[in-house]
Each structure stands twice: as C-alpha cells, then as structure tokens.
Design a protein around this ligand. Structure first.
Ligand code: 6PG
Length: 481
C-alpha cells in the first residue's frame, strides 16, 4: 500500500539489505519512505511488497526528504566508502538541525567519526549503525549496533528495538553502543570474531576429515550434535547444512566442488589493523585473516605442493570418535580465546576514544540476529554483568574452569595436527595466547636485552625502579639511563 502520509523513517539504497530493512520497518507498522538512485528499484519494491505495510516511494532526494516527519530519520544503505559520502552530500543540504542520518553499512569507524563530526557542525545527528544478520536478518530481525549522539537514540532506539532480533529472554538485540564511531567499531570487531569463528570451525572440519577420516556428511552430523551443546550457534548450524549439501551436477559433497580460496571484503582485516594500532593481541583473528589470504595465493600454493610433510593416515573408527570429542574441546577453548581477544579490542577502543562501551550489553545484543549469535554469548554477558571491569574473559571463573578442563584435549589435538601435517593456525594461536598469558616469565626480557645490546634502547629491572643500559661494547657495567 502506498500513501502520501509523512513517513516515520526513510531508507535510501534499496539493494537487498536496504530493501529488506525497509520491509522490516513496514511490517512492524512504520510508514517507510523509499528512495534509490535508480527509481525502478523503488517501484519494484512497492510493486512486489507493497501489501506488507505503508510505503512512500520517492523519485528524488527532495521528495524523499519531504516525505519524512520531523525530526527526519533517514537510513542510508549503500556500499561503504565513497557511495556513503556521496549520499550524505546529496541529502545533508536538504536536512535541518535535529534530523538524523543513520548509516547502516559496514563503514570504517574512522570514516564514521569524521562524518559525525562534519554533520554535527550542521546540527545533523549522524548515527553509524552496525547491522548484522545478512539479508534474512535485515528482514526478520538483525542485531543492531548504533553509535552517534545518545539523544538520537531516544527517538530512534524504540524503532530499532521493534525491528531488531530478540534474544531467547526476549531482550531486543540493539543498544546505544556509544558516541560517534562506537557502533561501527563494535560491528568491525563482530566481523573479526566472525572470521575467527569460521576459521576455527574450518580447522575442526579439516581435522575431522584428515585425521578422523570422517566424510563431510558424517562431519555434518558431528556438528549437529555439537550444536545441541555449549557450541550451539548459528555458524555451527549452517556449517552442518553446508557440509551435508551434495552438488547436484556431480553428486559429490558440495564442499569438494568449491574452489578453496576464501574471499573477504575487509572488515576482518580492519579489526586486525586497528588492533595493531591499539597494541591489542588479536592473534586468532589475525590468523583467520591470514588463512584467507594464504588460501587465495594460488600460484604460491601450486609451487609448494611438493614440499615434504607427513601424509595424514586416518584413525580407526573408535579412535576417531574419541578424537572428535577432543576436537570439540579444542574448538570450544579456542573460541573462548577469540572472544577474549575481540572483547579486549573493544575495551581498548572504548578507552582510546572515550566511548564507555558496556561490554555486557555488547554480548547481550549479539545473542540474537547476528552472524556470531550463540548460546555462549549469554555466558559472556553474565560474566561482564557480574564484573564490568573484568580484565579479560579468561579471568572469569567459569571460563577459566572450562578452559582448564579442555586444555589437555586442546594440546593433544594440536599434537595430532602437527604430527599429521594439518594446518591449524587458529587453534595454535589461541593456545599460544593462553600459555603466554599464564607464563610466569616471558622471553620479552631477552628481547629487551637484545634491544639494549644493539640499540641502547634501555630496559627496566625487576628489583629497582628506573631505566638502565648495559655498556655492552665496554666493560659491561650498568648505567642508569
Ligand atoms: C554480518 C556479516 C556481514 C557480511 C560480512 C562478510 O554481520 O551480517 O558480517 O557484514 O557478511 O561483511 O564479510 P566478508 O565478505 O569479508 O567475509
């Protein structure tokens, strides 16, 4: 149905995400103004889904802005980067102080900070909102991570709460994350964790296949079983679906007919780049990004196929079943580590930019709608709710106990992987992080000694305050720097 009633919200950019989000608002009773660079898409939406709610199609930017009630709420769903700036330049001159532009794309948080600053000068509220859940989520309820000024959330929040996914306890999967770029920062880390989760699942699959000797269909069943326990999550669920799918053209497992080069649009890479700037060790996420890159180096891989290594010989059936249980432990322990690293990055970003992000609330809104939704997030929420200043998820007693119980199997799995020559960079990085954190002494002391030797970079001592330098080229006496 279409009408000229003023719309409570407008969506510009009607590719699949924008279209589904607009339909979601309409299905929830909001009058939605629609706009797209090519008007054909706008009309197609109304033609196909007009019965779902009240849409106000607009052909021009001016018509679109005029269709919106004040303060205007204008959702931009275009490709992140220049297209977002182009849309802002087109609409900002038509808006008034108090109006809101909501960017629902996967923008880089630094761009969001810049846009928010520029628009603030005009009195326009810019809300960078991370939206997760893919096409289905946009339509049926995504997890939404809005940043921007808190006063915009007063008016926008209830609408987002209405269209968002709901967690098992009914809580809406949206919260005001923090000022300016906080929402897009959290979405970026969400995607980094998504990469890590996918890599760890991939490693578990490869181990079950090459060491366990299971077929893809059998591995799908193993994942289905895991999905009934503590690993219960959307990514484990869809992994079982992908693994049990058979290619119609060849009759082979689908996973065997897909080229094994993983692509990426960049949000996982940003997570690592920013972590490097913030000095946060997100080794699990980094290994996931590197694993995708490595998979894509076809020539390098072709040139390396003859390199020496063991040929994995699969285990017997009984041993394989026990091995699968160990892989579950390794996967779970590694997953705890990647979330630990991801939440550390959010805490560090929050500190750096003064966002005051509530980590428990972030875990809470990831419980539904988003790609990394998982039963496990409820426990992360509980850990941060019980202790908002938790230094690390690994300091939570429950997680620490679970890792303690998993660690023997985790180590065994890595021994098997190493012996059999199956690459498991995610599992290994996670265990190295865990062991490094628990180590009473790290070789960093030696690094400091080397730095002082070749560059007089100085070091601190365990027994005295101050900075020191040893006269390495002289009598090796020590001087205070
Ligand atoms: C989501 C997804 C979504 C998208 C990723 C995939 O939360 O809904 O994360 O944002 O699927 O951008 O990224 P890659 O193409 O980099 O794997």
């Amino acid at each position: 149905m279409t009408t000229s009633t003023s719309a409570q919200i407008g969506v510009t950019g009607l590719a699949v995400m924008g279209r589904n989000l607009a339909r979601n608002f309409a299905r929830n009773g909001y009058t939605v103004a629609l706009h797209n660079r090519t008007a054909a898409r706008t009309h197609a939406l109304v033609e196909e889904f007009g019965e779902e709610g009240i849409f106000v199609p607009a052909e021009t930017a001016k018509e679109f802005v005029e269709a919106l009630e004040r303060p205007r709420r204008l959702v931009v769903m275009v490709k992140a980067g220049e297209p977002t700036d182009a849309v802002i330049q087109e609409f900002a001159p038509l808006l008034e102080p108090g109006d809101m532009i909501i960017d629902g794309g996967n923008a880089h948080f630094a761009d969001t900070r810049r846009r928010e600053r520029e628009l603030r000068e005009q009195g326009i509220h810019f809300v960078g909102a991370g939206i997760s859940g893919g096409e289905e989520g946009a339509l049926h309820g995504p997890s939404i991570m809005p940043g921007g000024p808190s006063e915009s959330y007063d008016s926008l929040g209830p609408m987002l709460e209405r269209i968002s996914a709901k967690a098992a306890d009914g809580a809406p999967c949206v919260t005001h994350i923090g000022p300016d770029g906080a929402g897009h920062f959290v979405k970026m880390v969400h995607n980094g964790i998504e990469y890590a989760d996918m890599q760890l699942i991939g490693e578990a699959y490869q181990l079950l296949r090459d060491v366990g000797g299971f077929t893809p269909a059998e591995i799908a069943d193993i994942f289905r079983t895991w999905n009934t326990g503590r690993l219960d999550s959307y990514l484990i669920e869809i992994t079982a679906e992908v693994l049990s799918h058979v290619d119609a053209a060849t009759g082979r497992p689908f996973v065997d007919v897909v080229v094994d080069r993983a692509e990426q649009k960049g949000t996982g890479r940003w997570t690592v780049q920013i972590a490097l700037d913030l000095g946060v060790p997100v080794s699990g996420i980094a290994e996931a990004v590197f694993a995708r890159s490595l998979s894509g180096h076809a020539a390098l891989r072709d040139a390396s196929r003859e390199l020496a290594g063991p040929t994995p010989t699969p285990l017997g059936r009984e041993e394989a079943a026990a091995f699968a249980d160990r892989v579950e432990q390794a996967l779970y322990a590694s997953k705890i580590v990647s979330y630990t690293q991801g939440f550390h990055e959010i805490a560090a970003g929050s500190e750096e930019y003064g966002w005051d992000i509530d980590l428990g609330a972030v875990a809470s809104i990831w419980r539904g709608g988003c790609i990394i939704r998982a039963a496990f997030l409820d426990r992360i929420r509980a850990a941060y709710d019980a202790r908002p200043d938790l230094p690390s998820l690994l300091s939570d007693a429950t997680f620490a106990e679970e890792i303690a119980a998993a660690q023997d199997d985790w180590r065994e799995v890595l021994v098997s992987a190493t012996r059999k020559g199956v690459p498991t960079p995610g599992f290994a990085a996670a265990l190295a992080y865990y062991d490094a954190l628990r180590a009473p002494r790290l070789p960093a002391a030696l690094t400091q000694g080397q730095r002082d030797f070749f560059g007089a970079h100085t070091y601190r001592r365990v027994d005295r305050e101050g900075s020191f330098h040893t006269l390495w080229g002289g009598d090796r006496g020590e001087v205070e720097a």
